[in-house]
Ligand binder design. Structure first.
Ligand SMILES: *[C@@H]1O[C@H](CO)[C@@H](O)[C@H](O)[C@H]1NC(C)=O
Ligand SMILES: *[C@@H]1O[C@H](CO)[C@@H](O)[C@H](O)[C@H]1NC(C)=O
Ligand SMILES: *[C@@H]1O[C@H](CO)[C@@H](O)[C@H](O)[C@H]1NC(C)=O
Ligand SMILES: *[C@@H]1O[C@H](CO)[C@@H](O)[C@H](O)[C@H]1NC(C)=O
Ligand SMILES: *[C@@H]1O[C@H](CO)[C@@H](O)[C@H](O)[C@H]1NC(C)=O
Ligand SMILES: *[C@@H]1O[C@H](CO)[C@@H](O)[C@H](O)[C@H]1NC(C)=O
Ligand SMILES: *[C@@H]1O[C@H](CO)[C@@H](O)[C@H](O)[C@H]1NC(C)=O
Ligand SMILES: *[C@@H]1O[C@H](CO)[C@@H](O)[C@H](O)[C@H]1NC(C)=O
Ligand SMILES: *[C@@H]1O[C@H](CO)[C@@H](O)[C@H](O)[C@H]1NC(C)=O
Length: 446
């Protein structure tokens, strides 16, 4: 026993000597913070032990609580508490130990002041030590729910377009009177609309007014949030908010009007749905000739595509690579649970599909006919010419009778109608007459 106490004494002396020597082992930065967790949320605190001289190696850090009678309790991992250790080697062989305490669900029992177990300390031990070498305190101040103000934005029913509405932000609970209100604001879909700094709920001039929307349109639909920024216990910035969604009932401005769309085979065609509303859903249906209505067609096949630029914009239904089988009636309808009803709340598009060469066929026909006629006449002409070659040879400029009439037309008309001797026309006149004649006969054929 005496040996034991002697060893203990010796050990103690060594410890003291080392302390006197000025070992720099201790709890170092970042120091454990005083935290202000909200009741029923999680919280964490980290302590770091290190010896900058590298003389002592940290072995463990314990989290302790000390009550008003200076009675210490060591915190152990359990359902509500856990620890995480991290060691880091600095400059080759100098160890830094960080231990984090996690409180899973903070209650008033965890408060330094109001919890039975009292205030918090981290105790850091070095390798070979029995007693801790350094300690550092921190506080846990639990903010109860009662201290937090509450704002309420009443729910709105679904509006019709052109309705008026007034949104109010009601501070239903002030929370702790010592909690400063820093700012209260209206937001629409995350974008600020108006705000009041340091509002005074007692003074209607000095608080956030109601939001008045007159004759609402689709673009007024959306998420309206009232946000109150407070400073709990004068240290912890905290936001409380409530929101309401403005819905504008969908409607079809001109449901009875049919729209005819013409498309060429192989091309694309788009229908713009006239339905409006917020949020807007539509159903697309198709009725092909002699077939049943196909409801709720969607973009999954790739042949059809349903698009819109934004939640406020109209829907477009696009058919790519249009085929003759796509002919029929397409309907954009207000939601009907995919029923096959196309008579109510639907807008109709009629799709006609044409051959892209369709417009060219008459022209091509005329051209082919003209060429064939030309060839027939040309060949007939050539044969006649060959027969008459003997006769023609007899004639020369001196024996040829004078031309009757003047100009191509005159000579031509006579040649055609009166079968005047060919010698009356020069070769040039004849060929231009021939093409004129041909065109006039082709035109007659139509
Ligand atoms: C935290 O504890 C409270 C009361 O003990 C309980 O009502 C709440 O559900 C708990 N929350 C979580 C996240 O466990
Ligand atoms: C952290 O270290 C302590 C001793 O310092 C040990 O009891 C505990 O199990 C360790 N925890 C983890 C998660 O490693
Ligand atoms: C964990 O906290 C709950 C209250 O939130 C308490 O009833 C329970 O006893 C605690 N568990 C332990 C192991 O401390
Ligand atoms: C750390 O390493 C240095 C040289 O790299 C050595 O001088 C020193 O003694 C070592 N310290 C410890 C505690 O091992
Ligand atoms: C605000 O809330 C209080 C309490 O719920 C209620 O009496 C009051 O009528 C509300 N004020 C407005 C403008 O909605
Ligand atoms: C509306 O906005 C609030 C906060 O800005 C958000 O919490 C909420 O989820 C939003 N609601 C919808 C339906 O987008
Ligand atoms: C509170 O809301 C304001 C405005 O959106 C934002 O700038 C701030 O970071 C929020 N504060 C907290 C603690 O969430
Ligand atoms: C699209 O329609 C097909 C059949 O009409 C259906 O099987 C599929 O689930 C639909 N896809 C979506 C995303 O609605
Ligand atoms: C669609 O069906 C749901 C549930 O089956 C119903 O609540 C809703 O009113 C229906 N909508 C329409 C437009 O028929």
């Amino acid at each position: 026993m005496a040996d034991f106490s002697r060893i203990l004494l010796l050990f103690w002396a060594i410890c003291l000597a080392e302390r006197a020597q000025g070992s720099l082992f201790g709890i170092v930065e970042p120091f454990p913070k005083n935290i202000y967790p909200l009741e029923y949320t999680s919280a964490q605190v980290t302590c770091v032990a290190f010896d900058s001289q590298g003389l002592k190696v940290p072995s463990k850090i314990q989290f302790m609580r000390r009550d008003e009678y200076n009675f210490y309790v060591k915190l152990e991992a359990n359902d509500n508490l856990s620890f995480e250790n991290k060691t880091e080697i600095i400059n080759g062989n100098n160890t830094k130990l960080s231990v984090t305490l996690f409180i899973r669900n903070v209650t008033v029992e965890d408060d330094s002041l109001f919890g039975q177990l009292g205030s918090y300390e981290c105790h850091a031990f070095a390798v070979g030590d029995v007693n801790e070498r350094a300690r550092h305190g921190f506080s846990v101040s639990v903010i109860t729910r009662k201290e937090i103000p509450i704002v309420v934005v009443p729910d709105t029913s679904i509006l019709q377009h052109n309705d008026d509405i007034t949104l109010v932000c009601n501070l239903t609970e002030r929370g702790s009177l010592s909690t400063p209100l820093k700012r209260i604001s209206w937001f629409k879909d995350g974008k600020p609309l108006e705000s009041v700094r340091n509002p005074d709920p007692q003074n209607s001039q000095d608080t956030l007014g109601p939001l008045k929307l007159k004759s609402v349109s689709v673009r007024d639909g959306g998420n309206y949030t009232c946000l109150l920024e407070v400073l709990l216990r004068n240290v912890k910035a905290y936001n409380v908010s409530d929101h309401t969604m403005i819905h504008i009932a969908p409607w079809l401005p001109k449901p009875k009007e049919d729209i005819e769309e013409k498309a060429f085979k192989g091309g694309d065609v788009s229908f713009e749905c006239a339905a409006r509303g917020f949020p807007l859903e539509v159903e697309w249906k198709v009725k092909r000739k002699d077939q049943a209505v196909q409801s709720c067609i969607n973009g999954s096949s790739g042949h059809y595509k349903i698009q819109r630029d934004s939640v406020y914009d109209p829907y477009f239904f696009t058919i790519s690579d249009v085929q003759y089988t796509d002919r029929g009636s397409y309907y954009c309808c207000l939601p009907s649970n995919c029923s096959d009803n196309i008579d109510d709340n639907c807008q109709r598009f009629i799709l006609r599909v044409r051959d892209p060469l369709g417009a060219l066929w008459p022209v091509i026909g005329i051209l082919i006919e003209a060429i064939v006629l030309f060839l027939i006449i040309f060949i007939a002409e050539k044969r006649k010419k060959n027969k008459e070659k003997g006769k023609m040879a007899e004639w020369n400029s001196a024996t040829a009778p004078p031309m009757t009439g003047t100009g191509d037309k005159c000579a031509c008309a006579k040649w055609v109608k009166l079968q005047l001797p060919r010698r009356a026309c020069s070769r040039h006149v004849c060929s231009s007459c021939l093409s004129q004649f041909m065109l006039s006969t082709t035109a007659l054929a139509y």
